[in-house]
Design a protein around this ligand. Structure first.
Ligand code: ADP
Ligand code: MG
Length: 750
């Protein structure tokens, strides 16, 4: 499969002479496929031999060295692993923690192999499977491979599995490593390996290789020598109070641009909202930026060098993703505003300036003192390893500069050496449920005692396991103290959803509002990335101020006083009534693609529900049901899934403020058990605010449940559902809430 090698000897010669390649590569060079001068290229045979000799190989090499795009192709072309000769033919898998990376790399490799995406090369991400019987190389999110393992824990469809970006230590990656270890090396309880023929390759740019090598019983470490250029680090700690790193980052972009030397800019921010804000700020200033251009900045052909702003986050549309990789025309300097997705998993050529805020959004589970707890998305400092990796992005093709918006002292003393693995800081309920469904552990309690033959790279924190078990029990997925999986639990595991949203769907069956719940859940899933991204927004947010006002006015008309799920159903139903018309979306400031995706997700979820004898008709199809009853049923279904995320209005903290830590009947305080403090004192005190985009923002009810607690400028509650009666909680989640007033049953819709 090495057809069409085009040598770019010119660029190799340039590199050998230590000269930076010109930043503006010609379109021809950019289109060069099957690159033959990547750092990994000369090591091909040595790597393949090592893989042949060992069940597990660890590969460390800088970003851009060719690990992700080349290794699966090498394996496929080698007769020792060439999977076509097996019957049935097996695949080569490469996992990515991020959806965006899986898709973009698959697209790239399909181009290199001159085949159409979805044929010999494909990808598989949640709700979007682009593989076929023909597929031999599959790029999957780690979550998707884990999902496949639920049906086939021996990974029999695969000849080789490459676990990429292992340094990120996502929960799913860690579980996959444990399952693969068991398959190729045998279980910790002495079980024999069931796939001695399977090849496992663990790859990353920045890896504590010794830790991984030990874990795989002395697996060899293969290093790809780097070819990067020096990067000058500039420290620019924030001085203003309150510190506004978004604004500071924008300022740095302006300064870099004003200096006038060529090279693209990569800015690390923490989330979509911030990125949109920074993009808007830059675009507002573009006018005077280009005026400044007239005095200094010129492109090689003498035309003024302009700034082209490109947002990059998990929930962005596909064609926007592709634009990041495309070389800019000579008079445009690309300025990529990215989340962590650009840290290691995407290779963007041409970047010479990095602006690093030193922050990222991280999933952190905050246990409550009395047991239980909730997960939050917090903005927290990155690790030193991440900071080094981010800086390195500036020196891939030429010497670069990295501006850090923090001090050298903070780097040395406040950042952790490596990120805390997700299994030790995030909600593990979904993973516990998957392992039970696979039958890898007989009971949830076995995980606590290290039974079940599963050896972890780092064991999940006991507090997290206990909280997950308690949550799963309250969701009725476990049958109480023994912790074995129930029928409800099996159904929840079959749905590719967070267990809480799976419970919403199952509860909607009893509450006879399946159709509405399917719509609301599908709409919530739209845009939510594999990486700590919050549910995407189906509403358009135009950047131009006057369009923005109009969009807000239209949006306000959609808002439903009962909460966001009802609002989402209202929007979707109206779109459906229009015959799924694109024009309808434009007229109502709704994203066409988001709705189309929601429709597809809805179809897939409905297919899964249909496997069980359930009634999926629309609420009221069988008789007259008032709109109010329909809304109440939907809200009750959401309360049945999100009960743990109850929040009570607290007037003394200001408008829209809620106490988020406690059951309404008690007064428990929230603490983050792993010692990571939220940057905001309010969040640490268990106070959060309804997000301005929520339907309940202007009309906050006394009690609500929310889907996500996301911290941006303040801790915000996203996707909120009004709970009209506190007794709903006790009735829908008796394992979690005591019935306060037993005499008066709640008025949950019959
Ligand atoms: P690694 O996994 O070691 O970080 P990759 O295999 O992703 O490296 O990338 C190798 C080379 O392939 C990069 O230097 C880049 O030039 C090219 N490349 C990778 N992905 C893309 C893409 N989506 N579009 C264009 N070029 C790409
Ligand atoms: Mg890679």
């Amino acid at each position: 499969g090495e057809a069409g090698q085009t040598t770019s000897s010119q660029s190799r010669r340039r590199k050998e002479q230590g000269q930076p390649s010109p930043h503006r590569s010609t379109p021809n060079a950019a289109a060069t496929l099957s690159p033959s001068d990547l750092p990994i290229t000369p090591l091909r045979e040595a790597l393949l031999d090592l893989v042949h000799q060992h069940p597990v190989v660890i590969v460390v090499g800088e970003t851009g060295s060719g690990k992700t795009t080349q290794i699966p192709q090498y394996l496929l072309a080698d007769p020792r692993f060439g999977s076509d000769r097996h019957a049935p033919p097996q695949r080569i898998a490469c996992t990515q923690p991020r959806r965006v990376a899986a898709v973009s790399v698959a697209r790239r490799v399909a181009a290199e192999m001159h085949c159409e995406l979805g044929t010999r090369v494909g990808y598989s991400i949640r709700f979007d499977d682009r593989t076929s019987a023909e597929t031999r190389i599959a790029y999957l999110t780690d979550g998707m491979l884990l999902r496949e393992a639920m049906a086939d824990v021996r990974f029999s469809a695969y000849r080789a599995i490459m676990i990429d970006e292992a340094h990120e230590r996502s929960i799913n990656t860690d579980v996959l490593l444990a399952l693969l270890r068991r398959s190729v090396l045998g279980g910790g309880d002495g079980g024999a390996p069931d796939r001695p023929d399977l090849k496992v390759i663990v790859t990353s740019a920045t890896l504590n290789a010794a830790h991984f090598a030990d874990y795989f019983q002395g697996a060899p470490v293969f290093r790809i020598p780097g070819r990067s250029f020096p990067v000058e680090v500039v420290w620019r700690p924030l001085t203003r109070r309150p510190a506004d790193y978004v604004q500071a980052a924008v300022q740095q972009v302006r300064e870099v641009h004003a200096r006038g030397e060529p090279g693209d800019i990569l800015v690390f921010l923490t989330g979509q909202e911030e990125i949109e804000a920074a993009a808007a700020a830059l675009e507002r200033q573009l006018e005077d930026i280009s005026r400044a251009d007239d005095t200094g900045n010129t492109a090689p052909d003498g035309a003024p060098l302009r700034l082209g702003v490109l947002p990059a986050y998990a929930a962005m549309p596909a064609e926007q993703q592709q634009r990041i990789f495309r070389p800019a025309p000579p008079n445009i300097r690309k300025c990529i505003l990215a989340t962590n997705i650009a840290e290691a998993s995407l290779t963007i050529d041409g970047v010479r300036y990095v602006v690093d805020t030193g922050l990222s959004k991280q999933r952190v589970f905050c246990a409550t003192d009395g047991g239980g707890g909730v997960e939050r998305l917090l903005i927290a400092p990155i690790s030193r390893a991440s900071a080094v990796q981010r800086a390195g992005r500036a020196g891939r093709t030429a010497p670069g500069v990295c501006v850090r918006l923090y001090s050298a002292r903070a780097f040395a003393s406040e950042m952790l050496e490596e990120p805390v693995p997700e299994v030790q800081r995030a909600d593990v309920a979904s993973v516990v449920l998957s392992l039970l469904e696979m039958g890898v552990v007989p009971r949830a309690t076995a995980l606590l005692h290290g039974q079940g033959g599963l050896e972890w790279l780092d064991a999940p924190a006991e507090a997290l396991l206990l909280a997950a078990m308690q949550m799963l029990w309250a969701l009725r997925a476990l049958d109480g103290p023994s912790g074995s999986i129930t029928d409800v639990g099996r159904r929840m595991a079959a749905l590719p959803l967070d267990p809480r949203l799976a419970r919403v769907l199952l509860a909607s069956v009893d509450l006879q509002c399946v159709s509405e719940a399917l719509t609301a859940v599908a709409m919530l899933c739209v845009g939510s990335g594999g990486d700590s991204g919050s549910g995407g927004d189906v509403f358009l947010r135009p950047r131009h101020p006057s369009a923005q006002r109009e969009a807000e006015r239209v949006r306000a008309e959609w808002q439903h006083p009962a909460g966001d799920p009802c609002t989402l159903v209202r929007v979707y139903d109206a779109w459906e009534c229009s015959g799924y018309a694109d024009g309808w979306c434009a007229a109502h400031y709704v994203q066409v693609r988001a709705l189309q995706r929601a429709r597809e997700i809805r179809r897939q979820l409905a297919d899964i529900l249909r496997r069980w004898p359930t009634r999926t008709e629309r609420c009221g199809d069988g008789g007259a049901v008032t709109a109010a009853s329909r809304d109440a049923r939907l809200n009750a279904a959401f309360t049945a899934g999100l009960f743990a995320n109850a929040a009570r209005r607290c007037l003394y903290e200001g408008v829209g403020a809620y106490t988020v830590d406690a059951a309404p009947a008690t007064g428990r305080r929230t603490t983050c058990k792993d010692g990571r403090r939220s940057r905001s004192a309010a969040a640490a005190d268990g106070v959060a605010y309804i997000h301005p985009s929520s339907a309940l923002f202007h009309n906050p009810p006394p009690l609500l449940v929310y889907y996500e607690l996301v911290e941006t400028r303040r801790p915000y509650l996203r996707c909120c559902v009004a709970v009209p009666d506190a007794r709903w909680l006790a009735q829908l989640a008796p394992q979690w809430y005591r019935q306060v007033d037993a005499e008066a049953p709640a008025r949950i819709p019959p």
